[in-house]
Every structure is written in C-alpha cells, then in structure tokens.
Design a protein around this ligand. Structure first.
Ligand code: GLN
Length: 547
C-alpha cells in the first residue's frame, strides 16, 4: 500500500506547486523510494486537449495518449517516471464518468450527489496503481477556496480518513509577500489560507512558503504557531535561478526530511543526490552560449512551449553550453524578408501548432534555415512547414499547402502535400477518423514507433534505427510526394513501421536540417536529454563557432 502526499496551494495561483511536487518526487527517489505523481484539476474541461495554449500552457501528451496538464511534464522531467492517462484527471472527466454510470444504471434507484458519488469517483481515481509504488504524490490544481476545487478537497479528506493512520499527509504551498516599505515578509495570507483549509477539515503537515527573501526566525515561529505546524515543517522556498536547482534547494531547506518525519519514518534513508549535483553543475557552469530562435505563434506565453524550452536547456546541458532562446513571432515577417529577424541565431526551431495563422512566416523561417545552412529542427507543424517549403521551392509545387488550412478557410486553395489523416494503425488495431469527428481526444495521440534509415542524420543522432516517440496531430505528410521531394534533396529518413506515415524528413545537403512529425521534447530529461535536442544543440554549437 502506497503512502500519499496531497499537495495543495493557497494565497495565489502559479506558486510552483507542480515543481515543488516534482522536486519532492525526485528527493524521495534519491532516498531509494519509488514514486508516482498525479494531478487532479478542478476545471470542467474533460482534459486540456481543447484548451488554447494561451489559456493553459502546453498540453503534455503521455505514452498512452492522454492529453494532460503541463505539470505532468515537470513530474516526468524530475523523476523520469513516464506518466500515464491515470495520472491526470479533471472535474470534467470525473463528472463525465459519474454521469455515464448514472445513464448506464450503475446507481439505479439512487439520487446522485457530490458526496458520495463524485467524491467516490475521485477517491477511486487517486488509488489506481496503489500497490505499485512507495509514495503517491497527488497535486490538487487551483487554490484552496475555489468553488470548483471543493469536491477534490473533500475527497482527499475522506481518503485520508479511510486509510490507516499515518498513511496520508498534506503539504500546502503558500506565498509570503514582501512589503518593501516596511522591509517585512507578511504571514497573514498564509494564516488565512491554512484557516481556509482547516474549515474543510484539512490540517497541513508541511507548509512550503514561497518568498523572495529568507524567512526570519520570528516569522517562521509565527507561521508555525498560527498554522498549527511544527517549526521544522515550515519550509522556505526562495526563488531559484534555475528550476533544476529545486531538488537540492528543497533538500537544503529540509522538505524531504519534513515529509518523512510526518510519516514517522525514522531513521530516514540517506539521500544520494549525485545526479542533481551533476545537473546543477551543468546548468550553472556552461562553457559557452548558443542562440536559438523559436519561430511560433504562441510566443507571448512561454508555458505554451514549456517542454521545448526545457528540452533545449537539456540539450545545452549535454553540450555544456547555455541555450539562449528567443521567441520570434512568425507573423512579423509573413509579408517581409525574414532575414533581419533571423540573422544571428545559431539554430532555428519551428515548434508544433494549430491553424493557419503565422504559417507563411514559419515556411519562410524553414526556407531561411535551409538556404543559409542554419541548423533547423521542425517539430510536428514545424516538419509540415519544412515539407511545404521544400515542395514549393525545391520541387516546384507552387500551390503546396496543408489541408488543415483549407478546412479552416472552407475553400480549396492549396495542393495538399499535408493531408487530413483518416486511418492509421495503433498497436494491432486500425483507428478511423472523419472530418466531422469531435475535436477532443481524436488526434493521433501518444507513443508510436518509427523506423529510421540507417546512415541518416537522425539515425546517427539516436544511435539506433528503431525509436518510439509521442505524437499529437491530425494531419500528415502525403507519401505521394515522396519521390519528387527526395529527388530534390528532402529525404524521408523515418517512417511508421508499416511504411505508410512519414515520421522524419531531412535535407541531405545541409549541416543539420530535420523535421519530425512527433514531439521529441516530451521525453527529454535534464539527466537524459532527448537525442534530437542533444544533437541539435551540438550542431548549433558547431555553427556558433563558424558565425
Ligand atoms: N496542426 C498540425 C496537425 O494537426 C500539427 C499539430 C502539431 O504541431 N502538434 O497535424
């Protein structure tokens, strides 16, 4: 039976609850325990798949094809444990499950209520895979006091009661605002937030307090006294220069010790933090810098490409360089020369995306990188843009475009070198789609294998010809154009095992030009960088010596 740590947040949102949870996971692993992390989100969308990245940041995809919250990305990056679709749930999913059961007649004769039906559904979810790990870390999204979060708080309260004593603890994250005029850290919002928790029957065991400044002894005592926690269990979480410092920083502040104490685990096993010392060393002691442009549409919100930004950092760590990322809005040069915007970068990355807006700019970025021999990594839409660019400018298919944009515009304007994928093989069954299907959860999602051409750049980067990467797309490059494109220098160096779906394209006569239909960033970790990002930054580093 697993031990449970429930992680909640108060005062304000965006306190880094996901990161604190992930760092705690890493610290428990460093002490020899197995962990799994889970996110319970109070919003009503069934999953974040249909939300705009502007609203919610990146959608993180798991191997088994779930579209989840970006915090699951943090969990994977810090623990290396691959998340599953049972590690993320929203109110929307909970209610959908309950209502489906009601329609089926599972509760026949009963009135369906939040307590016990909704809370039971949440509790059942929390304990999936209970016997597989030593610790289950469950983060509740949102902030204590939110109306929509209440069923989750009630469910975790009941859950802890149902379990044997000492099996569940509560960790609460708050903010200590700093008032510059008086030079003080204020504890009142934390007191109120814990009071709010206690009115719904939850007493935190560990309090993690975010603050810009160290917590003076006096304030720590006050927090302990008013919030009914021990002084050693008030953990300071000062702002960090890099998120990869978090495990070491939280360990220094005593977080893992406080958690083990709360479970009564004594003596606590000693931690081995070698990996995190090495990670920190690579982050803080780079031997150079490379500049990478990410040419995209969602550039105002960095969280929209969270995993890409992190994977670039990992690639930099592997090559001992700092990766300076600049976000370039693709719409800026749709009807202008791209050169003034892109000159000076050592590498260009065009990430995934949806819809036509900004695509002509992305195509120009792909062309600029190809012609100027700048390392180029196109991910998903970024690969499709590279193919359209090559079709137009190398193979002479002037009207080349994607069916996605024609669908959007409601008329046919392009010759679709990228078309709407309606049928593919997943494991040992066929998946079929229509353009009239629901939008949610109907893309080609999750891990699929690809077979790489021996001797290709991509096979060299991976060091193998068989790979498995995560996908999230509806459209696909048409193999009808393969021969024509290959004749003009764009080779299809990775295909689905049945040879029907192009997974990777490369430009032969180029130092490093690769487009991939999948998302290699999703599996990258600071201690195990994604091979493509590692090699992309190596190429950028080489290019930085030339320019
Ligand atoms: N919009 C494109 C598709 O659906 C690309 C998706 C993506 O970049 N994730 O195929």
């Amino acid at each position: 039976m697993a031990r449970y740590v429930f992680i909640t947040g108060g005062v304000v949102s965006s306190l880094g609850k996901g990161l604190a949870s992930a760092a705690l996971g890493a610290l428990l692993q460093a002490r020899g325990y197995t962990v799994r992390l889970r996110k319970l989100d109070p919003y009503l969308n069934v999953d974040p798949g249909t939300m705009s990245p502007f609203e919610h940041g990146e959608v993180f995809v798991t191997d088994d094809g779930a579209e989840t919250d970006l915090d699951l990305g943090h969990y994977e990056r810090f623990t290396g444990v691959a998340a599953r679709n049972t590690d993320s749930i929203s109110s929307g999913r909970v209610y959908t499950n309950v209502l489906e059961k009601e329609r089926r007649g599972d509760y026949l004769g009963k009135t369906i209520q939040v307590i016990p039906h909704v809370t039971n559904e949440i509790k059942d979810f929390i304990e999936i895979g209970d016997d597989e790990v030593d610790f289950m870390l469950c983060e509740i999204g949102g902030t204590v006091g939110d109306i929509e979060g209440l069923p989750f708080f009630e469910a975790i309260r009941q859950f802890a009661q149902d379990r044997p004593r000492g099996q569940c603890i509560f960790m609460h994250l708050t903010l200590l605002p700093y008032i510059a005029a008086s030079g003080e850290l204020k504890t009142k919002p934390t007191q109120h937030s814990v009071k709010e928790l206690r009115t719904i029957g939850l007493q935190p065991n560990v309090l993690v307090c975010r603050s810009e400044h160290p917590i003076p002894e006096k304030e720590r005592e006050k927090i302990a006294l008013f919030c009914n926690v021990r002084k050693e269990d008030v953990i300071a979480a000062p702002d960090l220069k890099s998120i990869y410092e978090a495990p070491l920083a939280y360990h220094r502040e005593g977080l893992d010790q406080a958690v083990l104490d709360a479970f009564g685990i004594a003596p606590a096993p000693k931690p081995d933090l070698t990996v995190w010392h090495d990670v920190a060393d690579r982050v803080f002691n780079p031997e150079g810098e490379v500049k990478v442009a990410i040419v995209g549409k969602y550039v105002q919100l960095e969280d929209a490409y969270k995993s890409i930004a992190e994977a670039l950092t990992h690639g930099g760590m592997a090559n001992r360089v700092k990766v300076k990322v600049e976000w370039v809005d693709a719409e800026l040069f749709e009807s202008e020369d791209a050169a003034p915007y892109l000159e000076g970068f050592h590498a260009i990355l065009v990430p995934g995306g949806f819809g036509e807006r900004g695509t002509e700019g992305k195509i120009k970025a792909a062309q600029f990188a190809r012609e100027r021999k700048i390392p180029y990594l196109g991910i998903c839409l970024g690969m499709q843009m590279a193919v359209i660019e090559a079709a137009r400018n190398l193979a002479g298919i002037e009207a080349a475009g994607s069916e996605e944009f024609d669908h959007e515009a409601g008329k046919k304007r392009f010759e679709p070198v990228v078309y709407h994928l309606k049928e593919w093989v997943q494991g040992n069954h066929k998946v079929r789609r229509k353009s009239t299907d629901d939008k949610g959860g109907t893309m080609r999602l999750g891990a699929y294998s690809a077979t790489l051409t021996a001797g290709s750049r991509v096979a060299e980067a991976y060091g193998t010809t068989q790979i498995e990467e995560r996908h999230r797309h509806r459209y696909e490059v048409d193999t009808k154009y393969r021969e024509q494109l290959e004749k003009h220098g764009m080779v299809f160096s990775g295909m689905s095992p049945d040879g029907r779906l192009p997974e990777i394209v490369e430009i032969k006569d180029h130092p490093w030009y690769i487009g991939v239909q999948f998302h290699p960033e999703l599996k990258s970790k600071p201690f195990a960088p994604a091979p493509l990002f590692k090699d992309f930054i190596r190429a950028a580093k080489e290019n930085s010596r030339l320019v």
